[in-house]
Design a protein around this ligand. Structure first.
Ligand code: GAP
Length: 488
């Protein structure tokens, strides 16, 4: 069984209707992508898994859908105008902008192992200390040239704000770089209208925008992307307890996807965002290496305190017990990129398999997307073996009877072998084929995506089988059990 490389994945994504380059007819734009019909279904199913695990499994978490455009004062208060910056360096001849970190790292890939390690250690130290002149010296010392123009005519390294700003005629608004601020600014609204008491959480899924200098590796780093974020408001006295709870639960959420426990690593962050007191990254082994997929941060009262100061409104929690005092709640945040988790699931589930026909003929390959059944874009496919003798009518009737409950496909456009291959490639867990025997005994052939095994089952049992195999219930139950035992 073969793990797929990124090029294969990008080609598959376009060919089978998962992800297309945006504005492709005009040459596309770097790092912006559109989700096709199957990519969208997959994304919605992942979102459903996250949403249910937050909102349904926790009585003290509610949802929110706040606007993308917000008052500009929000970004002043949150520190994003001043501090949400990335380092950049321009080549004066090609006019191309680079991230100094990536420029140096990519250059070092061409040098020998021993020197690479030495230079990388120096680079990491300079980055950690924000030592810009030392990074510039390193570029000079290594004689790094622009990969496009070949020129060494560099500007100084400067800070580059990552927020997109609309022009004044459009109101001069910023496009939000995180969904979290809509949660903070609605803290009082939600608390009051929903009668929430500490500890409680507000969860949100939505688009965020960042003017990334280096945007590559397909949908890993984009300029427009989606985040699934939770802000969990707590008493400062319980900071450690809830930080540990969310670290454990978020990792378990990933592990339940069954992509391979060895693919994940939890790493304490050493370079913190301006709002975080400390944090942990959940990293995942993508085809291009171990990379961040989710961040769990302790933001303490950074945001609510700043909003109190700038808005002159109170974000206080009043005495609820004799031991308690009036305070601004602390916040534990969990922030997962929807596109990144989709890429993780997609890249680790797409396989190229050698198959041996049962009759002993020569082997051939099949592409199969072995995603968890409950996430698959299409839950089952129904085919007639041939387009005659009333078989399409029976297959269509089965399809129409169950399509109200599940996203299904009816297909009669090719031979049965080709129909199976197409469903394997888009990850459909089960195929039902109506054949000549169906006419006599009301049974169909059921074929499983992963084992490719076939067996006959009564038409009357299809709904029940689908319910058993496709449901998200089992995994949610496990997660609920896990969460109720954290810390015990
Ligand atoms: N509110 C906290 C926050 O935004 P972050 O670590 O900057 O924290 C959280 O981002 C998650 O959002 C990341 O772990 C990643 O999954 C996703 N993300 C961030 N930038 C992204 C980008 N340019 N493209 C795709 N996903 C991104």
């Amino acid at each position: 069984m073969n793990q797929i490389n990124l090029h294969f994945l990008v080609t598959h994504a376009k060919h089978y209707g998962f992800i297309y380059p945006s504005s492709e007819i005009y040459g596309g734009i770097s790092s912006i992508y559109d989700y096709g019909p199957y990519g969208l279904e997959l994304k919605k199913n992942i979102q459903k898994y996250w949403w249910k695990s937050m909102i349904q499994l926790h009585d003290n978490i509610v949802g929110l859908d706040s606007s993308i455009l917000m008052h500009n004062a929000v970004w002043k208060a949150s520190g994003h105008i001043e501090k949400f910056n990335d380092l950049s360096i321009d080549n004066k001849d090609s006019k191309k902008r680079y991230s100094p970190e990536i420029l140096i790292k990519e250059f070092l890939l061409k040098t020998d192992q021993k020197n690479r390690k030495k230079f990388l250690e120096r680079l990491n130290k300079y980055l950690l200390n924000n030592n810009l002149s030392d990074i510039e010296s390193l570029i000079k010392e290594l004689n790094i040239f622009d990969p496009i123009s070949g020129s060494k005519n560099w500007t100084n390294i400067h800070l580059f704000n990552m927020m997109f700003k609309m022009n004044e005629r459009q109101g001069g608004f910023f496009l939000r770089p995180e969904t979290a601020q809509g949660i903070f600014t609605n803290f009082n609204n939600v608390k009051k209208s929903m009668r929430m008491k500490i500890p409680f959480g507000i969860a949100q899924v939505g688009k965020s925008f960042r003017n990334e200098i280096i945007a590559r590796q397909f949908i890993f780093r984009m300029r427009e992307f989606e985040q699934m974020e939770l802000q969990f408001f707590i008493s400062p006295k319980e900071e450690k307890k809830w930080y540990n709870y969310w670290k454990k639960l978020r990792l378990q959420w990933h592990l339940e996807l069954n992509l391979g426990n060895n693919k994940y690593k939890m790493i304490e962050q050493n370079k913190l965002a301006h709002y975080a007191s400390y944090g942990t990254d959940i990293k995942f082994n993508f085809p291009f290496g171990l990379k961040e997929i989710e961040g769990i941060h302790c933001r303490r009262d950074f945001d609510l305190k700043k909003h109190e100061f700038f808005s002159k409104k109170k974000f206080r929690v009043f005495k609820e017990s004799k031991q308690d005092y009036n305070y601004i709640p602390y916040v534990i945040e969990t922030s997962l990129g929807l596109d990144r988790i989709l890429l993780a699931i997609y890249s680790s589930s797409l396989k190229l398999e050698k198959i041996q026909p049962p009759n002993g003929g020569s082997s051939n390959n099949r592409i199969v997307l072995k995603i968890p059944y409950y996430l698959s874009p299409i839950k089952a496919a129904i085919f007639p073996l041939v387009s005659k003798q009333g078989l399409p009518e029976i297959a269509k009737k089965i399809f129409n009877d169950i399509k109200i409950d599940y996203k299904l496909i009816y297909d009669a456009k090719s031979s049965i072998g080709k129909l199976y291959r197409r469903q394997d490639a888009i990850g459909t867990p089960i195929c039902f084929t109506v054949d000549y025997d169906t006419i006599h005994n009301n049974t169909v052939t059921m074929r499983d995506r992963d084992t490719m095994q076939q067996k006959r089952i009564p038409i009357a049992s299809i709904s029940h089988i689908l319910r058993e195999k496709i449901s998200m219930k089992k995994i949610l139950k496990k997660l609920l059990y896990f969460s109720s035992n954290i810390g015990s």
